[in-house]
Design a protein around this ligand. Structure first.
Ligand code: SF4
Length: 729
């Protein structure tokens, strides 16, 4: 028996520490015998949910083993060597670059990347090729949180830490089903809540989720009325004098404009719009006002909205008006969905960012990066590149000629999915770099590149509390798979940028990246792979010269109440509620909302291949309130069709009082490989927040139509795909 290997769970942004017990033959690791929680990891303290505990199960299943190529989507793939694959990719890049310009090339990456992958991809696209067309699936996940922090506090970066879960007097959870989506964060909070009767738990969610079930106060607001609620709470806090006049005076700007907006949100108006009682609204304001320390948590319910940034800012406003920030147990805390979405933000992993929390629009930032990378001045474009959805629009218009997708599955996760798929079909050349095969997106690829994944590659990930952990490679890659960063670097060298891409290891990549964080808000210039290996997971800021494993100064941001704006004052955002981009109407009388279930992860690429999780959640479903079900003649288990203006899905009805009348719910996980005709994003529209450009994946207007046939759990198409992968259509 060999010593357990310490690493981090590759699923969600909680970033739980894992101990992996390997199976060993001679001196060689041949597999994984057990995965358990790592008691020494400060974020998770030995806890782990079903996803982390079963992570090893999918590692060896349905892997993409070799590079594969085809000339058109109608043909089967043929196996090629890496040499031929990279040759072809470089030829295609050069053809597009010199014929249509670099902006005809796009890369769509992933919060599953380690930081080193993100960094080299940035350097390749924004530096070597000179296009900012690099976006990641984090655009669909938390870009509104990024923009909310930036606009209100002057910089991205969640100011809180997980210890605050055990130090708060009032937890305000809005747009987050934490119990199912971030289970270990919820475990910590729930334990504190149970043990301390004075601690209040408020949950704002149109559904009575497992999170809401244990709340002291559940506000089941109508979808899209979050800003009404938040401004309504602010109205009462002002009226009852529950605000911190000294903090507002000394540390903020824009309070007068905020008050001017808030006075339009008296309780009568708010409860009417939100569909809650005056008593509950007042109770929420009372809990906020009377609690010494208020911690708010949010995730996709706020971010995935056509007013996502405004929602995040409205929540931060409450913290600013009550001075609930910069101290233990208090602050606005966004929970990231993906394991390394935070690392992506640090490394410049969206089309408007550059490494070290820099912006492509800032001339000084561009100059600093160009100089450091040794590219000519003016190489980095001054405007943001295409977002994920704009890449689809670029394929539609013919402006995008080459799309490179890595570690994500947009043929399930993008909104307005049928339109997105049609656009993907039109792509002149699509490269798909992935660990698994088949996936729904592989159907649209010309060139498949096999990538290593968790346990097979060494890299760094940052979790929601800014804690940086090293995830070591401890077993060999399946087939001919290579690290994502190494593939990007190889292409960079083959394009002629030998000096810029001569990395020999991910440790070298990380060492280069952290230099670019020096004196930036996300300073981790004191970290290296060796340092992380020695001292374990470490929070940033961690500047060069720091020696302690956990400097108190990095636990929370803004403890000196100096914010990252030019005048060091935080900014109130004075915003009115606009509501949903597509509210219900007589033709489409229900609002469909979406979310995750406890065991599954994103588009099932891993958890669909994990037996225990498949048993927990074998099939998709539609939650509908008994009153609506009765009116439509639907009983539990009936097959129903859900139709929007863009598409439809068929699935089994789950009749439950957890959902409010007039609202229905579908989980977001099932794509075409895993269930017939049950893709939630076929229904969703692509309207996005004007500031963060994050699409409103949480709500659209639908009809619900009862059908008679019985729902099937597993897709016939999937069975066909497993039998003959190249034949998926
Ligand atoms: Fe992994 Fe998230 Fe579960 Fe922790 S809570 S074990 S990080 S999926």
């Amino acid at each position: 028996m060999s010593d357990p290997i310490k690493t981090v769970c590759p699923y969600c942004g909680v970033g739980c520490g894992l101990e992996v017990v390997p199976t060993v033959k001679g001196d060689k690791i041949t597999g994984i015998s057990k995965v358990r929680g790592d008691r020494s990891h400060p974020s998770s303290q030995g806890m782990v949910c079903v996803k982390g505990a079963t992570v090893a199960e999918s590692i060896g299943k349905d892997r993409l083993l070799h590079p594969m190529l085809r000339e058109s989507l109608d043909e089967p793939f043929r196996r090629v060597t890496w040499e031929e694959a990279i040759d072809r990719l470089v030829t295609e890049i050069q053809k597009v670059r010199f014929t249509w310009g670099a902006d005809a090339i796009c890369m769509y990456g992933s919060g599953q990347f380690v930081t080193e992958d993100y960094y080299v991809a940035q350097k390749l696209m924004k530096g070597a090729l000179g296009t900012n067309n690099f976006d990641a699936n984090s655009r669909l996940c938390m870009s509104s949180a990024v923009m909310g922090y930036l606009q209100s506090l002057g910089s991205d970066g969640p100011p809180c830490c997980y210890d605050d879960l055990e130090l708060t007097d009032c937890a305000f959870l809005i747009g987050t089903n934490t119990a199912e989506c971030h289970p270990i964060v919820f475990n910590r909070l729930r334990k504190h809540h149970k043990q301390n009767p004075h601690v209040k738990l408020i949950v704002v969610d149109p559904r009575c989720t497992p999170t809401a079930e244990v709340a002291d106060l559940h506000l089941a607001i109508k979808p899209g009325t979050d800003i009404d609620l938040l401004n309504g709470i602010a109205y009462l806090l002002l009226e009852w004098n529950y605000f911190d006049a000294d903090f507002i005076e000394e540390c903020t700007n824009g309070f007068a404009e905020f008050v001017e907006v808030v006075r339009h949100y008296p309780p009568e108006r708010v409860v009417d719009r939100c569909g809650i009682s005056v008593e509950d609204l007042k109770k929420a304001a009372q809990y906020w006002g009377e609690s010494y320390r208020v911690l708010s948590l949010w995730s996709m319910g706020i971010n995935q909205s056509s007013e996502g940034t405004a929602k995040a800012r409205s929540l931060i406003n409450l913290h600013l008006m009550t001075g609930q920030i910069g101290r233990a147990g208090a602050g606005p805390f966004s929970l990231t969905g993906q394991p390394n979405a935070m690392g992506g933000r640090e490394a410049g992993g969206l089309s408007h960012l550059l490494p070290g929390y820099r912006s492509v629009r800032n001339p000084q930032h561009r100059e600093e990066i160009e100089h450091f990378w040794n590219f000519p001045a003016g190489r980095i474009q001054a405007e943001r590149g295409r977002t994920a959805w704009e890449m689809i629009e670029g394929l539609e218009s013919g402006d995008v000629k080459l799309l490179w997708i890595a570690a994500t599955n947009p043929a399930v996760s993008l909104p307005d999915l049928e339109r997105a798929k049609k656009a993907l079909k039109r792509s002149p050349f699509t490269v798909y770099q992935e660990a698994y095969y088949p996936t729904e997106t592989a159907v649209f690829a010309h060139l498949l590149l096999p990538a290593t994944q968790w346990s097979e590659k060494t890299g760094v990930m940052t979790n929601s509390e800014r804690r940086v952990s090293l995830c070591p490679a401890f077993q060999s890659a399946d087939g001919e798979a290579k690290e994502d960063w190494a593939i990007f670097a190889e292409v960079g060298r083959r394009l002629g940028f030998v000096e810029q891409f001569s990395f020999n290891s991910s440790a070298e990549v990380f060492a280069e990246f952290v230099k670019l964080t020096h004196n930036r808000p996300c300073d981790m210039s004191g970290l290296s792979h060796d340092r992380l290996r020695e001292q374990g997971p470490t929070q940033w800021p961690y500047p060069v010269g720091e020696t302690k494993r956990s400097p108190a100064s990095s636990q929370r941001l803004y403890t000196n109440l100096q914010f990252a704006t030019p005048d060091h004052r935080a900014r109130f955002g004075a915003v009115h509620s606009k509501g949903l981009a597509e509210p219900h109407d007589p033709a489409y009388p229900f609002v469909l909302t979406t979310g995750r279930v406890y065991g599954h992860w994103h588009t099932l690429t891993r958890t669909g291949r994990t037996e225990k999780i498949q048993q927990l959640h074998p099939e998709p479903f539609l939650e509908i309130h008994p009153r609506d079900a009765k009116e439509l003649g639907i009983i539990e288990g009936n097959l129903v069709e859900v139709r929007s203006r863009r598409g439809s899905a068929k699935l089994a009805a789950k009749v439950t009082r957890s959902i409010s009348p007039g609202t229905v719910f579908m989980p977001m996980h099932w794509g075409a490989l895993w269930a017939d005709d049950a893709e939630v994003n076929a229904l969703m529209h692509s309207a996005a927040c004007p500031d963060s450009l994050q699409p409103e994946l949480k709500a659209c207007a639908v009809q619900v139509i009862p059908l008679t046939a019985v729902a099937t759990a597993r897709s016939e198409q999937f069975d066909r795909a497993i039998a003959a992968p190249a034949a998926i259509s």
